[in-house]
Design a protein. Structure first.
Length: 254
């Protein structure tokens, strides 16, 4: 399952690169996120040989980058510049929070445990908010299906990651009465993690593919608008461009 989930993690990376989304809005953050997690899986599964310290600190770095990268990517679902700016400020605020905890605790598991608590809640909360909005748009208005699939994938993944975090780091269910690690529980936890990663990676890859088609159509409409403006520079539109396009993308505010 670890091998299968590792292959699945590469799919979003491949789709973002092949569909030329690596420089589009906040997709670079998603590309970097999946790239680092993909490499970490290769390290932990032994496909890339590296010293134990390298694997350990790569894992810590992944945890530190997880929340800021995902929060920044979620700005893609913002419906106004003001909302996006608030989310960007939140990313900066969270980086400051990480710096404070690392200064006080150092780079170790205890620091990661403290940092991830509010981080997972933030990401899950935003995913839930955007999920309800995007699913409504996809079902009622039959548009932005790709966005709905992407945020559904993230909501599922971070909901499960939050549960794993609580069981492993807060309730310490992997320790027995003598405070010794229960090997079978750890293996089961990794199995659940791999399954969640596999399913969410497949779903987000499908969402990226569908979303790319919408982006392509939107780009064509923008080009058409510029060409018409160049041909008829003094012509006043009787209705806003958004209305003329039959509200093709109500969310695309910029």
């Amino acid at each position: 399952m670890g091998f299968i989930s590792t292959i699945a993690l590469f799919l979003p990376v491949a789709f973002i690169l092949l569909l030329r989304l690596s420089t589009y809005r906040s997709f670079p953050a998603l590309l970097f996120y999946y790239s680092t997690v993909f490499i970490y899986n290769l390290l932990t599964e032994g496909y890339i040989k590296a010293p134990a310290d390298v694997v350990y600190y790569w894992g810590l770095a992944n945890n530190l980058l997880d929340v800021p990268l995902m929060l920044y990517f979620l700005t893609y679902f913002s419906t106004s510049k003001k909302f996006m700016q608030r989310m960007q400020m939140l990313v900066i605020g969270f980086l400051v929070w990480e710096a404070i905890v690392l200064t006080l605790k150092g780079l170790n598991i205890d620091a990661i445990t403290i940092i991830l608590a509010p981080g997972l809640l933030l990401v899950f909360g935003y995913c839930l908010y955007f999920f309800t909005r995007q699913v409504k748009l996809a079902i009622v208005h039959r548009k932005a299906t790709g966005k709905a699939m992407i945020v559904s994938s993230l909501l599922f993944a971070y909901g499960c990651y939050t549960i794993i975090y609580l069981m492993y780091y807060v309730f310490k269910a992997h320790l027995d009465a003598n405070n010794e690690v229960k090997a079978q529980y750890v293996e089961d936890t990794f199995l659940v993690y791999f399954m969640v990663t596999f399913l969410s990676s497949l779903l987000i890859s499908a969402g990226i593919f569908i979303e790319r088609k919408r982006i392509h159509k939107l780009t064509e409409l923008k080009i058409t608008r510029k060409e018409l403006s160049a041909i008829y520079p003094e012509t006043k539109r009787t209705a806003p461009f958004r209305t003329v396009l039959l509200d093709f993308d109500k969310e695309h505010w910029n």
